[in-house]
Design a protein around this ligand. Structure first.
Ligand code: NAD
Length: 358
């Protein structure tokens, strides 16, 4: 299989491969689109079994970032970097310095940030060789941990869905949360403060007990979360929570959470729609984190301090976009994931035509 024949190739503008013998770096930087601005997306370090697997991930994830950034109304395109390696055993400052040189070689068409297996400390090494790094700590433009902002967006999105589907506020509504890590824990606190009843699960018993103590949530075993009698199911763990196996067990009318790639297969989105369930497309409702990172990119570019008011403006705008997705889904009798995909493509194309007109 070559790059252009890959089913995951979607007219990506550029795909760069870098190898550095001295440090062992092997990385791919995929730039899906720069039509709305420089491509932005995190760097993932993962022990991909083959370079074809790494390429597939880079192609898919960079395209997903184009969609997420467009729906968050950011002047950013979509990109992603993947480093082939085990983050527990193969990290070194020199490796991330080499990664920084790779990002610099892309010439500003791609901004990197952290993702699975990569920390702000790793990115500090990369930053010695490139300025196109966001998600750092300890400087005036720094945006800090994106998770609270992601959780705030998910919280507002759940409120919106509850108002529309159940015609009520969050008080007394039962929300089942799968995964109470960074995003899920902040979300649980916000929902609890708004009077929602919580049922939570996590494979990490320590964080589970901690969040239950803070919020009064009921705990269930990881597999039992799919059978809970709740109004809302909020996937906040890994991808693929909604599958052919789990869907028949789910009771809630609303599916709205922070996890990426919640639908194991896009076809499930049609089934959700046919069953009358309200699904808030993941890359729309969880856009708060990238908005926060974009706030840092904007500040770095302008040589200014991070501006929380700008982030708040974009977050409010994100909720208007989510509402538009839900409206169009009803008006056009189409699943929300399909409507969101179309809107994202329209926004990306508009960026492109605006550039072409210059
Ligand atoms: P995290 O690793 O802090 O939390 C995930 C939690 O899920 C962990 O506590 C983990 O133990 C738990 N978990 C894993 N498998 C589970 C299972 N089978 N059942 C129950 N719990 C399980 O990650 P996070 O930063 O909170 O991100 C959560 C999700 O949200 C991910 O899908 C991530 O890609 C997505 N996301 C995060 C952000 C952000 O700002 N952090 C932004 C957008 C999207």
């Amino acid at each position: 299989m070559t790059l252009f024949d890959s089913p995951d190739f979607d007219g990506h503008e550029a795909v760069h491969a870098f190898a550095d013998e001295a440090t062992g770096l092997r990385c791919i930087i995929a730039v899906h689109s720069t039509s709305r601005g420089p491509a932005a997306g995190g760097c993932r370090m993962w022990p991909f079994p083959t370079s074809a697997d790494a390429l597939q991930d880079a192609l898919r994830l960079s395209r997903a970032m184009s969609y997420k950034n467009a729906m968050a109304d950011l002047d950013l395109g979509g990109g992603k970097a993947v480093i082939i390696g085990d983050s527990r055993t193969q990290k070194s400052p020199a490796l991330f310095e080499a990664f920084g040189r790779a990002v610099e070689a892309v010439g500003g068409a791609y901004w990197t940030a952290e993702d699975v297996g990569v920390s702000p400390a790793d990115l500090m090494h990369a930053r010695r060789h490139t300025r196109f790094v966001a998600g750092l700590e300890g400087h005036a433009a720094a945006s800090g941990d994106p998770s609270p902002v992601t959780a705030e967006g998910v919280f507002r999105g759940i409120s919106l869905c509850v108002r529309r589907a159940l015609d009520r506020d969050l008080s007394g509504v039962t929300v089942a949360i799968q995964g109470v890590g960074h995003v899920g824990a902040y979300l649980a606190q916000k929902l609890s403060a708004a009077g929602a009843r919580l049922v939570i699960t996590d494979v990490n018993r320590e964080v589970l007990a901690q969040v239950a103590a803070q919020t009064g949530a009921m705990i269930v075993a990881p597999d039992e979360i799919f059978d809970v009698e709740a109004d809302v199911f909020a996937p906040c763990a890994l991808g693929g929570a909604i599958s052919a196996e789990t869907l028949p067990r789910l009771r809630p009318r609303i599916i709205a959470g922070g996890a990426n790639n919640q639908l194991a297969d896009p076809i499930i989105g049609q089934t959700l729609f046919d069953l009358g369930l309200l699904y808030a497309p993941d890359y729309v409702i969880n856009g708060g984190g990238i908005i926060n990172v974009a706030g840092e990119i904007r500040a770095l570019d302008a040589g200014q301090a991070f501006d929380p008011a700008w982030v708040e403006g974009k977050l409010s705008r994100l909720m208007i976009t989510l509402e538009e997705v839900l409206d169009r889904s009803i008006a056009e009798r189409r699943p929300t994931h399909e409507v969101a995909g179309e809107m994202a493509r329209e926004r990306i194309a508009r960026g492109r035509s605006a550039l072409a007109a210059q």
